[in-house]
Write a protein that binds this ligand. Structure first.
Ligand code: FES
Length: 105
């Protein structure tokens, strides 16, 4: 499945994200530098903050831990804010669009 990342400067990156891979991991391994992923994906840094712009009804709900970590995010937290490491690709999320939060630190 393809994910479109809208980066803070406005450029679009389209990345093939295998089912089972988080959108943070896929972004980092494709060199999308606006996603940091400092903790490596354990939901303990909030440097993978994205705004999910499609498929919101298909996403599993946030865990309490994710909710809590988003409280430490550097950019404004909106109702569609998620930690990218906690959004794992599934067949339901094909053609997902996410906007990368402007500040990750
Ligand atoms: Fe650290 Fe997502 S990579 S919270």
């Amino acid at each position: 499945p393809i994910v479109t990342y809208v980066c803070p400067e406005g450029e679009l990156e389209q990345v093939e994200v295998p089912v089972g891979t988080s959108i943070m991991k896929a972004a980092v391994s494709h060199g999308i530098e606006s996603i940091v992923g400092d903790c490596g994906g354990s939901a303990s840094c909030a440097t993978c903050h994205v705004y999910v712009e499609s498929h919101l009804d298909k996403l599993p709900p946030k865990s309490d831990n994710e909710e809590e970590m988003l409280g430490d995010a550097a950019s404004e937290v909106l109702p569609n804010s998620r930690l990218g490491c906690q959004v794992v690709m599934s067949d339901d999320l094909a053609s997902l669009v996410v906007r990368v939060a402007p500040e990750q630190w």
